[in-house]
Design a protein around this ligand. Structure first.
Ligand code: ADP
Length: 528
């Protein structure tokens, strides 16, 4: 079919009833229709599904959609079937189907009725299916939740790693990757692993201007603090995330006893109870769900007014996803996280049983959460920088929507210290992560520093007039401002950027504020 002949607006109206495309959808649809490998990064709710569904409906042949969750696939298939009088227009192919059902799916594909075929990545490894799919006309392969391909994503799935090899066996067809979270490192992994570095890439902004970000010290009084917060949001819907099932049960009970309608949700509850509690939340029979991360996939309640993290999340991707469930309708969405360094230590201990590479990644991701919690700069700017996006913390949309911006710490001139820091990074030849850079500045020795004889250099101890905490805060700020970059491949080695090199040559004013200090802690074990 010649793409120039297709009026995609007409098709959009015909199939979905929408008068207009949303955001980048039109460009994405055009890219797919014209047979290009395409990479789509859009936050949840951005309208990713339509990006491949419309081209699939328009193009000849069947589109294969790889998706990690059977429940999500079923929802999608039901939604597409409701657009058409033909049930066979979309199918799921998986191991739970009977022989008769599989025969029907194949028949519909062969006869050209099926435009979308949803499969889990493990089903695609079945030789029988590969043989069959090779023999039928395919339009393209769409890979949903493409971040699952990267160990640096928040939901790594080894099965995703085989996808490229399998797709190659299916013939020369375009590949479409889609994800709602991807740091620059994860984006790179996706493009490399799917062998589509030249793909047309479309990235929507991750800024959620209506969300308010706040971090509070986690004290022994956390429960009364949460109760107070919820009472200030009386009658509004909210989610409280905890890391352990035990904590979920405990908090749910504490809230109930205090007259707040709340239900628990975690994987230890039976399916019926879970479904019931989810429905109660959706139908507004209860205000609050206290949950582990098991809650949320596919939850589309537009008016969630707050998301509280009782414990810190394992990565900023998870945090972004979880807080992203607030304020979907564009209205208020308060994202409150409680933070104590003890929680970080607990998570690190919890990870220490894992294989070394996985541990290192886990620690590096966790350090970003620590940086987010401790920083006193614009939280929105920090988060967006993490996702590879520049944000102007003075004029950007939603710029004043966080605790740090509303209650700024006093800023002090740090021009000379920035120069000192950048020079140490340069002169230690890009060998060190933050820890060793700080040690070098304050003149503290460890084995790594000894091994490189850094302690004999004239700049060793050149920043000893400031403390470790000061330098950590400064590093975080110059990273976000782009004077240094962090090499993720090596778990965080600091590098001087061009902008940093220029700053050394021609230093200008740099106002910095020290990080927050969080001291009081609470003790509990993590049982997921
Ligand atoms: P994502 O997969 O990116 O989370 P969805 O595909 O679920 O997002 O879409 C989010 C919502 O936006 C859905 O309710 C969908 O019907 C709606 N939507 C998508 N495209 C359009 C459009 N062009 N016009 C109006 N609504 C749209």
């Amino acid at each position: 079919m010649n793409s120039n002949e297709i009026d995609i607006h007409k098709e959009l109206k015909k199939y979905f009833g929408f008068g207009q495309f949303k955001g980048l959808q039109e460009q994405v649809v055009k890219s797919i229709i014209t047979q290009n490998n395409t990479f789509v990064i859009m936050p949840t709710g951005g309208g990713k599904s339509l990006c491949y569904q419309l081209p699939a409906l328009i193009k000849d042949g069947t589109a294969i959609v790889v998706s990690p969750l059977i429940a999500l696939m079923k929802n999608q298939v039901d939604a597409i079937r409701s657009l058409s009088s033909e049930n066979g227009i979309a199918h799921v192919l998986n191991s739970s189907l009977t022989k008769t059902e599989i025969a029907q799916v194949k028949k519909d594909i062969v006869s050209g009725i099926t435009k979308l075929l949803y499969v889990a990545p493990e089903s695609l490894t079945k030789e029988e299916y590969i043989q069959f799919l090779r023999s039928v006309p395919l339009s393209f392969v769409a890979i949903d939740e493409a971040h699952c391909i990267s160990e640096w994503g928040h939901d790594f799935r080894p099965e995703y790693r085989n996808l490229r090899t399998i797709i190659k066996q299916l013939g020369d067809i375009p590949v479409i990757g889609l994800t709602a979270t991807a740091t620059p490192k994860v984006q790179e992994d996706i493009l490399k692993n799917l062998d589509m570095v030249n793909a047309n890439t479309f990235k929507a902004s991750f800024n959620r201007p209506n969300l308010f970000y706040e971090v509070r010290t986690k004290t022994k009084n956390i429960e009364s603090d949460i109760i107070r917060f919820i009472k200030q949001h009386k009658g509004k819907s909210g989610i409280i995330y905890c890391l352990s099932r035990k904590k979920v049960e405990e908090i749910a009970q504490v809230l109930q006893v205090n007259g707040i309608s709340a239900v628990p949700y975690h994987a230890g509850l039976d399916a019926k109870t879970r479904a019931k509690h989810q429905d109660m939340f959706l139908m507004e029979d209860v205000d609050v769900v206290v949950a582990t991360i098991a809650f949320g996939m596919g939850i589309d309640k537009p008016d969630v007014r707050f998301v509280i993290h009782h414990d810190i999340p394992k990565s900023l991707e998870s945090y972004y996803q979880e807080t992203g469930r607030a304020g979907r309708d564009g209205g208020e969405g308060h994202c409150l996280a409680y933070y104590s360094y003890k929680d970080v230590e607990k998570l690190e201990k919890f990870m220490s049983g894992k294989p070394v590479a996985e541990q290192e990644i886990g620690f590096a991701l966790l350090q970003e959460v620590v940086a987010y919690a401790e920083t006193s700069m614009s939280r929105r700017k920090f988060l967006l920088h993490y996702f590879g996006e520049e944000f102007d913390s003075e004029t950007g949309e939603g710029a004043d929507m966080d605790d740090n911006v509303r209650n700024p710490k006093k800023k002090v001139e740090a021009k000379d210290q920035v120069v000192k820091l950048l020079k140490v990074v340069r002169d230690t030849k890009h060998l060190y992560k933050s820890k060793e850079i700080i040690f070098t500045l304050i003149g503290k020795i460890n084995a790594t520093i000894k091994a490189h004889k850094t302690d004999t250099q004239k700049f060793f101890g050149s920043g000893s007039d400031f403390e470790e905490r000061y330098w950590m805060a400064l590093i975080r700020q110059v990273l976000v401002d782009g004077y240094l970059s962090k090499d993720i491949e090596t778990y965080g080695i600091l590098k001087l950027t061009e902008k940093g090199a220029a700053f050394i040559q021609n230093p200008t004013s740099f106002m910095m504020s020290e990080d927050h200090e969080y001291n009081e802690t609470e003790d509990e074990a993590i049982v997921t």
